[in-house]
Write a protein of this length. Sequence first.
Length: 521
Amino acid sequence: LNSSARGGRDVSPLSDLDRWQQIACASEKEWGDGSAVRRALDLWCEENGLGSAALLLHRSSGAMETLQTTDGFGELGSDDALIELSDDLRLAYRGDGEPKAGPLGLVVGNGLRLGDLHGQLKNRVFQENYRVVTLEALYDVGLAIASTLNLDELTEEILLRAVSLSDARRGALYLLEDESFVLSSTIGGDAVGSAPRAGGERFKSERAVELLPGASFALAVPIEVEGAARGILVVGDKESRVTVGPFSTDDERALSMFANQAAIALENARLHRQALEKERLEREMELAAEIQRGLLPQGLPRVQDLEVVGWNRPTQQVGGDYYGSITLDEGRLGLVVADVTGKGMPAALLVSTLHSALKLLLDKVDPGADLLERLNSHVVDSSSSNKFITLIMAIADPQNDRLGFLNAGHNPGLRVTSSGDVHEMQPSGLPLGLLPGSTYRLDEAPLEPGDLFCLYSDGITECAAPDDEEFGDDRLREFLVERRHQPLNQILKALDDAVVEFAGDRPQGDDQTVVLLRRAD
């Protein structure tokens, strides 16, 4: 102010020093928006009788950036004079005077620094507020995705939340399957079907765009569980005022934090699905075990002076061992013990096939070589090439004091006489289902009063102790000879106890089956 009147009193005009002090005391806002710099330039031009001036920032590259000008300065020209105010501030001017920097450098330099600090502080406050808002959003998103254990619904929810959180127009979610990341869900546009596993942790910048065809910008972060990548979360084309733009480091930080929450939710959903699948399989296995138990006899019949007992213990809920009896005419009794290769459900299915085929064929064919040959043909046609069945069939005929037997690659049955002699019932043909066209032979053994016959599967003799020693054929023979005069139920129970004691704490390695037959004295 050069002059003024207030309240009827004269007010002395402000001196140039006072005017510089007012500019120096300008607020951070005035320095930030450039108004204080403009006033300083106007005052400096007035003091030095100059037409116009400009404040320039001297870059390290040598380029000059215009910070502020007075009216009429326009573009910087090659004839404009320059004054160095500081290391990076230059003053350009036009006019006939001979200017001096005076207080301009100190006032403008400090003022600009103050304005810059104000801007930094304002930006820091903004960033802190942004982080708070982001954390609140992440918390809400975390609650939303943690509320579902349905894996299909969860993947869609994760992708929708990720796109919303990052202001993206499109996105894709990939989950690890075998050796690659396979597309699970997409929104806003197409995505490639899979991504290589090796790049999962480092799918960023240009490579992320490869996953979203047609996207201008993309950001990808890994979904990790215990340090291992289980998926990739990709967003593309961040919304801007005009079109789309790139993603910032804050976007990447927020998306990475969200990916951590998504990883926990996905792992919980995966474990839940596994638990449901395990429960379903257990129910199916229980049903299969119940069906298989129905195939095995609840008790074996007594025919004339023949006493029979049987026992089976699968290594899993269902097994590949089978035994049964066949009541024949003329007081005869047939017994069958079979062992399917393998264990568990595949073996149990073949056991069911064997049981059904036996029942059907016995209505047409008497037990003998023809029966096994037809049975072999049926197994060859109905099972895979690596599946076969060993089987021993005995036909006891007490009226003629004979026991006929057919052994299709099975363990030799044992005949223990009342005097303690042991005789084997050796194989006479290949296992069923091994080769088409196999032939079999019906052999015979005496059936005398006191004779004890033992048909068994290899789960008995191959039962292993903790030191890998097997129960073995010799131990089984000695066991039967020693107990040959005991009641069959006692022998069966004692054999069960002996095998369990021999194995100790070692898990059962194979299905175990025993059938005992004795002709009363």
